[in-house]
Design a protein around this ligand. Structure first.
Ligand code: SF4
Length: 165
């Protein structure tokens, strides 16, 4: 699950965990985000996306009873999962795609509330736009550093830049 700075802040506040403990950085082979290049952070080791770490084959925060242990603080991406909706300008649903990784027994059962999905989608879009702006700001700094012969910043420096450490 890709994360944004507000997701990380919320999880860290809830769990007391340090971002390094629940974040993993993946390259383009580790996540299907070729159509979202603005989500890649320029780090010393290359372009990476910040995702929720997996532990013992599942999400770091999946409990032994198979339930989310940070449910009320879970990332926004988890809240809209497994949907990838597209809305018309007037707010009507145009297309509802199920994210392929989902094995959702409720899919297409007609019990999902479109108003709720619309609201979540708007929140997710706004959070992602702000996140991408932040990444663009950082990436532009790293390009300048590289032009002047210095290496790009580390993940730790990126967290400092975000005010997360
Ligand atoms: S809903 Fe909870 S357990 Fe599932 S991926 Fe999100 S944070 Fe992890």
């Amino acid at each position: 699950m890709p994360l944004t700075a507000p997701d990380v802040r919320r999880i860290a506040r809830r769990t007391g965990d340090k971002p390094e403990e629940f974040i993993r950085w993946v390259d383009r082979h580790g996540i299907d985000m070729d159509d979202e290049p603005e989500g890649f952070v320029e780090l010393r080791q290359g372009k990476r996306v910040m995702v929720l770490r997996h532990t013992r084959g599942g999400c770091h925060y999946l409990g032994k009873d198979n339930r989310c242990t940070i449910y009320t603080s879970r990332p926004l991406g988890c809240r809209i999962f497994p949907f990838d909706p597209t809305f018309h300008k007037d707010g009507n649903l145009r297309h509802l795609k199920l994210i392929q990784a989902a094995d959702c027994k409720y899919e297409l059962d007609g019990k999902n509330d479109v108003d709720e999905i619309r609201e979540l989608d708007a929140k997710t879009e706004a959070q992602n736009d702000a996140w991408h702006e932040k990444i663009a700001e950082w990436n532009s700094e790293q390009k300048k550093r590289k032009r002047s012969g210095r290496a790009a910043g580390t993940a730790r420096q990126f967290f400092e830049f975000l005010g997360l450490s």
